[in-house]
Every structure is written in structure tokens, then in C-alpha cells.
Design a binder for this molecule. Structure first.
Ligand code: ADP
Length: 601
């Protein structure tokens, strides 16, 4: 599949067409500084933009450029990075109006990001109206963090009303690299405790206990935690009051200071680029040395803390621009943690390099109890793969035909001979209502059925007449009548209990014929070919009900060119599943059968 991945930030737009088979980006659009002096490149070539400098115009321009490219014809869906999914989304989701509304409602929690993400979604819908859109949330992976790590110790009522808690970010990357580590080590994620250090311009650590995020250093906003390119990370909240009271800074100025002028930028005084800072530190720049020391000290502190909360761990992984490349930073962080079982192989740390061909490197010494890995993160690919899953799921739901369900009330089929006894010689049934199966009808004629305990009146005869008598009742009816009838397929009445039927003209005592109908699906051979099933196969059927979802197992397939697609269940089954005639079920097919259907459609 080819998926268009959109990452709309407040000042940049990034779009990639990712081929999920080769896992490569085959088209790349980058628009930087879009609010001031836009610089747009496509596949690294500069593109001229002469339009008005505003977000919407540039967004439109970029999307139109994508649409004009030949490759856009092969796109099957669009994956959007959405920063904040609040408490609502634990997984990526197919975008509809309801999802858009929630993303909009969450703008107050991510005022810089969610509005831009939403604008990207709306523009994508305009320009690619037939493509499905998927939202992949930065926060989703961290929804498993327990309350003890989620809550800030401030007045709970205030915190709850303002939705103040730890949400965490970088979730898509932490999840992606954790899965990479699990593949590399050939150990199920469920058996690993991982500390994942995503060290890019934004930086966060995540404790991943057996596949679930249980702690992360970014919190209510992405400012908390590690020292970052230009964000402060953890500070004493008292500093904010001090800045306001003694520094005379406004709220906006403090926000700007902590987000844009702090972290590596603030400490080093030379900008946010770790490469430059390392170089300058080597040349004796004290501020750059301090920036590195504070950066690594804080990272070490978090790793120690996360080791403690997980009661130990198995994998330490580094990712993001700094984590993937900065030998010195990895070295400094690992040096002090021998006591935890961390033993870095200095040579491998220096010489092993990540590349497109080598996305994971093991830099731990053979004796190291904890595996130390550097892993190339790829958030665009992660978003494309997550989106692909959702789109395939949607295709399945759309392509696999639904099966209408009919709830059969108790009824009786009679032979010529029995009808003679019940209604008189050569009596002909009259049509009360035609049934959905061709040629079948509910007759006006009804009988009373008499069991050993009770009788039931007004049981309808279904026409036309058949070669064998057959009374189809539910388990509840059986108890009421005092009969124990087996579950049988239609026509298979040998050895079943008998029953007495009373008609308008006489009483027929049947020696056999009472069954509970085996739940079954009538299919025309064309349907059977679509579903890839045959007469007498046994399948499972899902009832997609939000409140009481249910799977009917052991459903018999009956194929005949006289049949129309319909599943028949009895009243007990209908009641249990709260199904009324006319609702639908989904045949549960093997992955292979589904992919065949999807392909054929
Ligand atoms: P973003 O979070 O914006 O995606 P990246 O993950 O690309 O950022 O990380 C950018 C950071 O990685 C910068 O600080 C950059 O200096 C640093 N970096 C990249 N390569 C190296 C390197 N070889 N050595 C040290 N730092 C590096």
C-alpha cells in the first residue's frame, strides 16, 4: 500500500508518500518557516512559492503539489500525525466528523499542534475526497500509564476539571522502536522491560513494561522532563512565579522562554544543535560543557528512576537524532550505570553506525545484563504502518458482505398426508405472507401443538408442503411443552421426538419431527463463492453490536440455487443477542479468505 503521511505543525508541513511494502518514502515534501519566510522542497528540490504567506494558502499549495504528482494516484489512504488524543484515543482511528470534533475539542490541551493537525485533515479531505484519513496520536501509546504516574499532586477537582494530568508524547516513536527492539532480540514485547530514550530536538524517556507504556517524562505538555533543544524540561514551578514577580516577565514571555529559549539553546548560548555543542565543548566552551553535563545527568536520573519503578529492566534503547548518533552522549549516560547491569561496548558504540540497511545496532558488551541498542526511529513509517492497519480493517468491514439475519418464530412444515388429517382431504394451504426464501410462504393455517406438559396455540404452518413433517421450536418452547428435542439441520428428523398437532378438521399424532433448528445460513452458490465456503461448512458469525457484541459459533452453511443469502436463528437466540429480523451479521473468515475478497472487490 502507498500511504500519504501528513505531519502539519504550527510552522512546518511535512508530507511523505510511504510504500508500506518496501518501507521507503517515495515522495517527500517539506515546508519550513511557513508563517514567515516559507521554504518548500519536494524531494529536496526547492519549489517556488509566490502566494500569500498564511497557513491555509500554503497548506493548499502543498496539497495541490502532492495531488499533481503522478505518484498520488497510487495513494490508498492518508495517515495524519495528531499530537493530542487526550483520554479518548488509545489507538489510531479512522477519521470521521465525530473524530474531528474531538480533535478540535482537544485543541485547548495542544494549542500549537492540534489546530494545525486538524487543518491538515480538513485540507486532505478537500483535495483527496475519496481517500480514508487516519489519525495517529502522539499520546495514544501512553494511555496505559497508571494513575499513580498520571496524576500531578495538585487539587484534584481543579486538575480534573481542567484535564490536567500526564498524557505523554512521542508515543508513536517509542512504540515503533520498542517493536524494533523486540524483533531484533527475537523476544516478545510481553517479555521485555524497556527504557526508551527518544533524544531529538524534543526528547523524552519512556518506561515500557511488557509492551505497555507505564511512565514517560513528558507530561501534560511536551515541556516536562528531559532537557531538550529549546525546551527547559523539568523546572521548579516556583521559578515561574519568580520570573513573573522578580523578572517582570509576562505569562507569554515565560512560555516563550521555557519553550523556545531554554534547554540546550538556553544553557549553551550557541543554539540547539547537539553536534555544534559537542564540538564547542571539545574546544573548551564551558557553557556547552555544562549543557552536555546537565543533559546527560538528567537522562541518567530518569533511567535510574524508571529502572526502579519497573523493578529492573532488560533493554536500554537510544533513538532520535542524538540517541542514534551521539556516541559521546550514550557513553556518558551508560558509564555511571554499571551497577544496574549496563555495560557499554566502547568500540561498538564508536564504530557501529545506523543506516537505512542497519536500523538497529547492539552496542552492549557481551557481558552486559541489559541490552543496549541504538535504533533508527521513523515516525512517518510508523504512522504509515499504523494507518495501513486501520485502512485494511475498514476495507474488510466494507468488502465482506454482511449477512441479513432472520429470527424464526416457532413453525411447522407438514406432509400432504398430515395436512389432509388437519384440514381435510386435498386441502390447499393459503398464503398469508411470502417469505424471503424464494417460493416459501407463511400460511394462514395454524395448528395447536400439544406436548406432555402444555400446549401452544396458533403455531403457523409454513408452505409449501414437504416430504417430511417438522416442527421447529426453541429451547424455551421445549421446556414449556415438556419435550427434549435435539438440534438438527432441516429435514434430518430421524429419531427426534413426536408431537400432537390439532388442526381445524382433525388431530395428527406425529411419531417424530420436533427439532431445534441448527442455526444456519442460506446461500446462493454465488454467495458461497464470494465467501469461499461450501454446503455443510460450519462457520462463526459475528454480531457487530456496540452494546452486546456476540459471536454465533457452529453455524451451518446451506447452499442451493433456490436460496437467498440469510441467516436463520430461533427466538431464544435472537433474544439473547437482542437481534430483530433484518439486522446483520458478519461471517468470520480466515485472513486469507478476507484478503481474497478485498482483492476481488
Ligand atoms: P527532531 O526531534 O526535530 O526530529 P532529530 O531527531 O532529527 O530532531 O534530532 C535532532 C538533534 O539530533 C539535533 O540536536 C542534532 O544536533 C542531533 N544530532 C544529529 N546527528 C548528530 C550527531 N552525529 N551527533 C550528535 N548529535 C546529532
Amino acid at each position: 500500500m502507498q500511504i500519504l503521511v501528513i505531519n502539519c505543525g504550527s510552522s512546518s508541513i511535512k508530507a511523505d508518500i510511504i510504500d508500506t511494502l518496501t518501507k521507503k518514502s517515495i515522495f517527500e515534501l517539506d515546508a519550513e518557516r511557513i508563517n514567515t519566510s516559507p521554504e518548500i522542497t519536494i524531494n529536496k528540490n526547492l519549489v517556488e512559492y509566490n502566494g500569500e504567506i498564511n497557513f491555509k494558502n500554503i497548506l493548499q499549495f502543498c496539497f495541490q503539489k502532492i495531488k499533481n504528482d503522478e505518484l498520488s494516484n497510487s495513494i490508498v489512504g492518508i495517515g495524519h500525525r495528531v499530537v493530542h488524543g487526550g483520554d479518548v484515543y488509545q489507538q489510531p482511528v479512522l477519521i470521521d466528523e465525530h473524530v474531528e470534533k474531538i480533535i478540535e475539542d482537544l485543541c485547548s490541551l495542544a494549542p500549537l499542534h492540534n489546530p494545525a493537525n486538524l487543518a491538515g485533515i480538513q485540507e486532505a479531505k478537500e483535495i483527496f475526497p475519496s481517500l480514508p484519513n487516519v489519525a495517529v496520536f502522539d499520546t495514544a501509546f501512553h494511555q496505559t500509564i497508571p494513575n499513580r504516574a498520571k496524576y500531578y499532586a495538585i487539587d484534584k477537582a481543579i486538575a480534573d476539571s481542567l484535564k490536567i494530568k500526564r498524557y505523554g508524547f512521542h508515543g508513536t516513536s517509542h512504540k515503533y522502536v520498542a517493536e524494533k527492539a523486540s524483533n531484533f532480540l527475537q523476544t516478545d514485547l510481553k517479555n521485555l522491560r524497556i527504557i526508551s530514550c527518544h533524544l531529538g530536538n524534543g526528547a523524552s524517556v519512556c518506561a515500557i513494561e511488557y509492551g505497555r507504556s507505564v511512565e514517560t517524562s513528558m507530561g501534560f505538555t511536551p515541556i516536562e522532563g528531559l532537557l531538550m533543544g529549546s525546551r527547559s524540561g523539568d523546572i521548579d514551578a516556583g521559578i515561574i512565579f519568580h520570573l513573573a514577580k522578580k523578572g517582570n516577565l509576562s505569562l507569554e514571555q515565560i512560555e516563550e522562554l521555557l519553550n523556545k529559549k531554554s534547554g540546550l539553546t538556553g544553557l549553551s548560548g550557541i543554539g540547539n544543535d547537539m553536534r555544534d555543542i559537542i564540538l564547542q565543548a571539545e574546544n573548551g566552551n564551558e557553557n556547552c560543557r555544562l549543557a552536555i553535563q546537565v543533559f546527560t545527568h538528567r537522562l541518567t536520573k530518569y533511567i535510574g528512576a524508571y529502572a526502579a519503578i519497573m523493578g529492573g529492566f532488560d533493554v536500554l534503547l537510544f533513538t532520535g537524532g542524538i540517541g542514534e548518533n551521539a556516541v559521546e552522549i550514550r557513553n556518558r549516560v551508560c558509564q555511571k550505570m554499571n551497577f544496574l547491569g549496563i555495560d557499554l561496548d566502547d568500540d561498538k558504540n564508536k564504530t557501529e553506525k545506523l543506516s537505512d540497511e542497519k536500523e538497529v545496532i547492539n552496542i552492549s558488551d557481551e557481558t552486559s545484563r541489559i541490552k543496549i541498542l541504538a535504533i533508527k526511529t521513523n515516525e512517518e513509517l510508523a504512522i504509515a504502518l499504523e494507518s495501513e492497519k486501520i485502512i485494511q480493517e475498514k476495507n474488510k468491514v466494507n468488502c465482506v458482505p454482511k449477512i441479513p439475519i432472520a429470527v424464526s418464530a416457532r413453525h411447522v412444515h407438514v406432509t400432504r398426508e398430515t395436512l389432509d388429517i388437519l384440514f381435510g382431504k386435498d386441502y390447499e394451504l393459503t398464503v398469508f405472507k411470502n417469505l424471503s426464501q424464494p417460493g416459501q410462504f407463511a400460511a394462514n393455517e395454524m395448528v395447536t401443538i400439544v406436548g406432555t406438559k402444555n400446549k401452544i396455540e396458533n403455531v403457523r404452518i409454513l408452505g409449501p408442503i414437504r416430504p417430511k413433517n417438522q416442527l421447529e421450536i426453541s429451547r424455551t418452547d421445549e421446556f414449556f411443552l415438556g419435550i427434549d428435542a435435539p438440534v438438527r439441520d432441516s429435514g434430518n428428523v430421524a429419531g427426534t421426538p413426536g408431537i400432537t398437532l390439532i388442526g381445524a378438521k382433525g388431530t395428527a399424532i406425529l411419531k417424530e419431527g420436533v427439532i431445534q433448528a441448527w442455526r444456519h445460513i442460506h446461500m446462493h452458490p454465488t454467495d458461497a463463492a464470494i465467501f469461499g465456503v461450501q454446503d455443510k461448512d460450519i462457520v462463526n458469525v459475528d454480531i457487530d453490536d456496540d452494546e452486546r457484541p456476540l459471536t454465533f459459533k457452529n453455524v451451518l452453511i446451506r447452499v442451493s440455487d433456490k436460496f437467498k443469502l440469510e441467516m436463520h436463528i430461533d427466538t431464544d437466540e435472537g433474544n439473547a443477542a437482542q437481534i430483530k429480523s433484518g439486522e446483520e451479521g458478519t461471517l468470520m473468515l480466515s485472513e486469507k479468505a478476507v484478503s481474497l475478497i478485498v482483492k476481488n472487490v
